[in-house]
Ligand binder design. Structure first.
Ligand code: ZN
Length: 303
């Protein structure tokens, strides 16, 4: 049996797990719902159960390790989720130790967007570079930074909270305590809010705003152009800071690429002189919702 690792991607909605070999080839996968209503213990039980099922299917012998990706701010050394809007009840919970205790095996814990960036680096759109930034556009915006092939963690493991870069001074207030954060101006939630402010409708999803843009609605076009500019401001900053060759965007909002990308590129060209010289790629990620899963499985191979 080839060496393999087990990766788990715990989201607020879905719980995915996979066995992946050392070359990044998927061996076996499982997916189910994250049963938050049943409580934290039951969710941890489901994580452990999916790992055990994959381990039984693939055999103990070749198992290189286990990686678990979770949404929220985590403290790496202690294996604790400090704050997670998507996982109520997990704040300050030592999730890594609890999984290790039940499995009797070591576990690598990682933030989900960091894991997604690593997944894209390993087998996705970033496989040919050593340095990249990933922005995951969803209800919020996550970020991951890969520097010289590795996740950039900072001192506690909280680096890469790129959704909370300020892009609009004195902009919309954010749960993080800041104002004008990227995720308040470029996430799916921000698209819905802008659509409301533009008089398009009170409870439109970002997908519905996208459909209006496809039909030629000019207010919907303004919404996506505004979103693109916010992304452009953040990307210009990131490019000026890192001078990396690749910046990736992922998430459902990519469907609206044609509507937000022109103003995004315009803003980047205007605001980043590093961009004008180094011409890095700003592109769509490739792995979709599987990026975090592959990244989680990659963690034991990186250790
Ligand atoms: Zn914020």
């Amino acid at each position: 049996m080839a060496r393999y690792a087990i990766g788990v991607d715990l989201g607020g909605t879905n719980l995915r797990a996979a066995a992946v070999d050392s070359s990044g080839k998927l061996i076996e996968r499982l997916s189910g719902r994250t049963n938050l209503a049943a409580g934290r213990d039951a969710v941890v039980g489901d994580i452990v159960d999916s790992i055990l099922r994959l381990r039984t299917a693939c055999g103990d012998g070749g198992l290189a390790g286990i990686g678990v990706a979770v949404p929220g701010i985590i403290e790496m050394r202690r294996g604790i989720i400090r704050e997670s809007p998507n996982l109520p009840g997990f704040n300050d919970f030592p999730v890594r130790d609890e999984i290790e205790r039940r499995l009797q095996a070591p576990v690598h814990l990682e933030n989900d967007a960091n894991a997604a960036a690593l997944g894209e680096k390993w087998v996705g759109a970033g496989r040919d570079v050593d340095d990249l930034v990933l922005l995951t556009l969803g209800t919020g915006i996550g970020g991951g930074i890969i520097c010289q092939g590795k996740i950039l963690h900072g001192s506690l493991g909280m680096a890469g909270e790129l959704g909370h870069i300020q892009v609009v001074p004195h902009g919309n207030p954010c749960a993080c305590g800041g104002h004008g954060c990227l995720e308040k101006h470029a996430s799916a939630t921000a698209v819905s809010l802008m659509a409301r402010l533009m008089g398009l409708g009170d409870n439109l999803t970002s997908e519905e705003v996208y459909q209006l843009a496809v039909q030629g609605n000019s207010a919907a076009h303004v919404v996506f152009a505004t979103m693109g500019r916010a992304l452009g401001v953040a990307l210009a900053d990131l490019i000026n800071i890192f001078d990396f060759p690749l910046y990736l965007l992922s998430g459902g909002a990519l469907a609206a690429w044609d509507f937000f990308a022109p103003s995004m590129f315009e803003e980047v060209r205007r605001s980043s002189y590093v961009y004008r010289y180094s011409k890095p790629r700003i592109d769509k990620a490739e792995l979709g919702t599987d990026a975090g899963l592959f990244g989680a499985a990659c963690l034991p191979f990186m250790a």
